[in-house]
Design a protein around this ligand. Sequence first.
Ligand SMILES: Cc1cc2nc3c(=O)[nH]c(=O)nc-3n(C[C@H](O)[C@H](O)[C@H](O)COP(=O)(O)OP(=O)(O)OC[C@H]3O[C@@H](n4cnc5c(N)ncnc54)[C@H](O)[C@@H]3O)c2cc1C
Length: 326
Amino acid sequence: MTRKVLVLGEVRDGSLRNVSFEAIAAGKAIAEGGEVVGVLLGNNVNALSKDFIQYGADRVVVVEDEKLSQYSSDGYSQAFLAVVNAENPEGIVIGHTALGKDLSPKVASKLETGLVSDVTNVESAGGNLVFTRPIYSGKAFEKKIVTDGIIFVTIRPNNITPLEKDESRVGEVASLSTEIKDLRTIIKEVVRKASEGVDLSEAKVVIAGGRGVKSADGFEPLKELAQVLGGAVGASRGACDADYCDYSLQIGQTGKVVTPDLYIACGISGAIQHLAGMSNSKVIVAINKDPEANIFKVADYGIVGDLFEVVPMLTEEFKKLKVSAS
Ligand SMILES: Cc1cc2nc3c(=O)[nH]c(=O)nc-3n(C[C@H](O)[C@H](O)[C@H](O)COP(=O)(O)OP(=O)(O)OC[C@H]3O[C@@H](n4cnc5c(N)ncnc54)[C@H](O)[C@@H]3O)c2cc1C
């Protein structure tokens, strides 16, 4: 059965976040040969349609309004629902990001449809579309099928591979105008706490520090390694509680969930609440002085040693590899 699927593009700092392209790939799988329509909401976002199409959207619908220049539940849900009403899709895909986690339940409830959230895989089996999602903080996975209504899913960043960018692809870009009214919250200013650089939730490489880094300065060697590998720095709650870093870096049950290709845990004991945020990373390396540390149970590679010796050694080796590869 072919379907028309709407895919929301998430714009940050004037570009589409990578999860938008992953959402297109999920949209294609759900469409099963039908049409994938990209949706862009914001102010001056029309130019991003080209990227969306080159990554696989068949066409794009854009809603532009000054009131959409910053995300708000009220504004975005009104704009997105206007597109849903105009397009009548059989499927909807949104990234399982802070924005998606806020927007999707609101939209699903207005549409009186279900929502399969935090999907990590979409496959076709036995005549059904089967969605995989982690449960119990990543300790198990469940598979779901949708039997009724719109197939509405949010996808976890870094799990579904985007399609190859095809610069020759073209598609229609249409504007939809709708009145955005009754905004109950207005964002006046966004103050960034996280350091500039790679976005932690989308990073392919995460170097995370725990209480073992011992001070804010103790994060410096981790930052250097992250820079060499083009990755982001994260932290355990232990490190955040000790004021070694900002809470925006916290990974875990009450922090961010990350699934990078490579996760290097430095001086992190591996408490269950921390594992909830990183145990689905593709390759996990743990560096810890204590050979009994719990983190080694989930690690693919373990290094028993002092992080202040091991991390700079890794940085130097990766630097050499980069030089010899260039
Ligand atoms: C409701 C609730 C929610 C929580 N949510 C989260 C969450 O989202 N994320 C989270 O991370 N935690 C969370 N926690 C806290 C969690 O239980 C742990 O307390 C926390 O993860 C411990 O942080 P840590 O591993 O950095 O510190 P520790 O447990 O103190 O571990 C430090 C580790 O560093 C090692 N070490 C010390 N020095 C060195 C060195 N020089 N070189 C190498 N290794 C060294 C030690 O051997 C030790 O294993 C939560 C707890 C509760 C109750």
